[in-house]
Design a protein around this ligand. Sequence first.
Ligand SMILES: [Mg+2]
Length: 267
Amino acid sequence: MAAFIKWGLFPLVVVIVCAGPTWSAPSIIQISPEKETVLPTDGIPARRRGDDLYCSSWRFTVETNDAGCWTRIPEKCVDFVKEYITGDLYQSELEAVADNAVAHAKTVGVSGDGRDAWVFDIDETLLSNVPYYAAHGFGSETFDERSFDEWVDLAEAPAISPSLRLYKELQELGFTIFLLTGRGEYQRHATERNLMYAGFSNWENLILRGSTDKGKAASVFKSEKRKEIEDAGFMIHGNYGDQWSDLIGFSTARRSFKLPNPLYYIA
Ligand SMILES: [Mg+2]
């Protein structure tokens, strides 16, 4: 298993040295061999149950950002991630987050002047790249910029259905939609094509990384762009993304919503 980290899906793959422990380092949860043998099996090998417990805990720390900057899926969790990301739990969690976002949106007294805004990330937020990652080890392979760009150019990433439901509901409520992505300007056409193919339309602005954004951490780039939205007179009521770097920094939204993603980490 090779470590990988992407920097906002920008064309340059950047090696970032994480501060502190990573998940390639000794884990924070240790399942002793003795404990594994006393777990009830229910027909499932005890070692597998121990791995599932470990991997479920690993996923918890990833989603809460307790893990911080992590660079690889633990080798013994690749099958766990595959089953999760292709199974019912991932879909259920996406639905639950969308439900919370809709509930929040309905508490906003939309003014009707078009200044009530909502920000969406794109990858693993509106569009799913799971078909790509299914063909590339579910995030366990070294990130290959060229092959990922080829996938982006196909413009065939499916919608994340609960996000599409939220997107349409927000539009009906009168929100102005901004799309803020780490994809590069050179991917604008393919991204627009894919979004429309997946059912998204009528966004206010699609913001991608330009030449002056090179080398910026995703959290900095996205904060700067949110500030520009605010400076233009919009109130950002909600922000929706699968990475903490979509949500933290400055000019944060009134409410931020984190979608699950155990496939990769973007600083
Ligand atoms: Mg994303």
